[in-house]
Ligand binder design. Sequence first.
Ligand code: TRP
Ligand code: SF4
Length: 328
Amino acid sequence: MSEKKRIVSGMRPTGPLHLGNYHGALENWIRMQDTYDCFFFIADWHALTSNYENPGDIPAFTRQMIIDWLSAGLSPEKSTLFIQSHIPEHAELFLLLSMITPVPWLERNPTYKDQMDQLKTKDLSTFGFLGYPVLQAADIIIYKAQGVPVGVDQVPHIEITREIARRFNHLYGQVFPEPDAILTKSAKILGTDRRKMSKSYDNAIYLSDAPEAIGKTVSQMITDPQRARKSDPGNPDVCNVFEFHKLYSPASLVSTINADCRIAKIGCVECKKQMAAHLITVLTPLREKNEYYKDHPEIVDDILRAGEEKARRVAKDTLMEVRAAIHL
Ligand code: TRP
Ligand code: SF4
């Protein structure tokens, strides 16, 4: 056993990763690899809870996700990387936890209610969708994680995880630590239309985008909405393009733009071109690594196999304890 604290987190494979995913989660995971014993997995079963009518895309999205992770800097030498459905022990623990989880805990889960309201086109009145947090709890406590790096939207799920772990320990004896949510503040990055960056809004820039695609998407970005003409002075403080400059451009350029925009010395078209050039510089190595892993599928397979073996060893040990505690 390493002395590092163990953390576990997962992502649903719903499409290629975009900058919002990168700054919202992946960047933190990459940083945490040196200080924690990290288990990161692709939550393909969780993707199924809301996409059970169209499961066909999930394998390709899963493959793209592991490639995006590796390209961005998750390292199989530092972290245990795997696919949820390859560890059937999660499903057994999910079943056992479902015996002790009161349905009202799930019915009052705020993300359950939100999603039911928002995804009106999908029939989410399934047992699996209601049980989403129970599966998530199994994902986490099967590795006896002490922490779970997540966004604020996931805090209710971690709270339910803690309640389930506590209830298990109370009924059958101490087996599970109660994991803490680890919230890391991240750059809030907006999509081209200034809404939250999301695949479903068609406003995202993807880590694997080619330079032409980046240039085109950036050219469509909404700038300072008050600035109608090039001769009007702009306000970088309310401009999404400027937020991108702060993330990807050198400090000297950021301060030049900050000054020139306010006196209409630079126009938005030129400003976007400069930002796109720097964003392309940052993303080019990621795209090249993407291509490399796509050309060498056996390397990706080996990484997943090794991660899976390690995760399964831990998961199996925990399940032995669990079965014994329940007298099975
Ligand atoms: N529910 C998480 C999300 O949508 C994904 C997830 C599944 C997860 N299992 C997990 C996150 C376990 C952390 C730990 O983002
Ligand atoms: Fe935004 Fe740049 Fe246009 Fe100023 S010049 S409004 S910072 S895009």
